[in-house]
Design a protein around this ligand. Structure first.
Ligand code: F6P
Length: 226
């Protein structure tokens, strides 16, 4: 079955400072998460069990996967240890070839919700500098649009084509994204109400596995690091 894996980037310099947005790199802890994610991708996402029809014996084979990041540094750096080398594969029909199992693809519509004039500020800064904006956001987080920035509603619209592409994809998809973006994708696949999406918990250092079924998705979370 097709499976989606959603994860935020590893801890960034801005996460550590409590600042939103920006384009900072990973902290040492973020880099450690990148290492663990590479192991998880290799051992868990990149293999599938096959049963020999004659002997009934189970074995594991490598499978091709999709790897999507945003265009921001912190997501790209989080994929840096994932094996991008070619491997030889053999299809069931006997054909052989070479394949890059996880080829990273940076996609602009996965970039984090843009906070406009508030980009790079802490929530405390925003509350002090733009108190009215801050309050308006508390009141209606879904439709609130940062001045010269985006709302969760805006992000929902720009993610629509990507979500549809995910539905059509047969290989497992690993998305290394951002809190706001992943909330929307999660809500979409879990069939949550739009209003709930901005509050979904998507902690750092976890991989969310979603396996679509007839009416929604089966969910499993893997905590790779405390
Ligand atoms: O703090 C990390 C972050 O990804 C910010 O870049 C982004 O603005 C924020 O989370 C989104 O979360 P919320 O909508 O709850 O402010």
């Amino acid at each position: 079955t097709r499976t989606f894996y959603l994860t935020r980037h590893g801890q960034s310099e801005y996460n550590l400072l409590g600042k939103i947005g920006g384009d900072s790199g990973l902290t040492p802890a973020g880099k450690e998460y990148a290492r663990r994610l590479a192991d998880f991708a290799r051992d868990h996402i990149g293999v599938r069990k096959v049963v020999d029809p004659n002997t009934g014996e189970e074995s594991e084979v490598q499978q091709p996967c999709r790897l999507w990041t945003s265009t921001l540094r912190r997501t790209k750096e989080t994929t840096q240890f994932i094996d991008h080398s070619k491997f030889k594969y053999k299809w069931d029909n006997g054909d052989t070839g070479e394949w890059v199992q996880f080829r990273p693809m940076a996609r602009r519509n996965l970039d984090e919700l843009y906070a406009g004039v508030c980009d790079g500020m802490t929530y405390k800064d925003i509350e002090q500098v733009y108190p009215e904006e801050f309050n308006r956001r508390q009141e209606d987080k879904l439709t609130y649009r940062y001045p010269r920035g985006e709302s969760y509603m805006d992000v929902t619209l720009r993610l629509e084509p990507l979500a549809q592409e995910m539905e059509r994809t047969r290989e497992p998809v690993l998305i290394v994204g951002h809190q706001g973006i992943l909330r929307i994708l999660y809500a979409y696949f879990m069939g949550l109400d739009r209003k709930e999406a901005p509050y979904v918990s998507i902690p750092l250092n976890n991989v969310i596995e979603l396996t679509p079924h007839a009416y929604g998705c089966h969910e499993k979370r893997y905590c790779l690091m405390r």
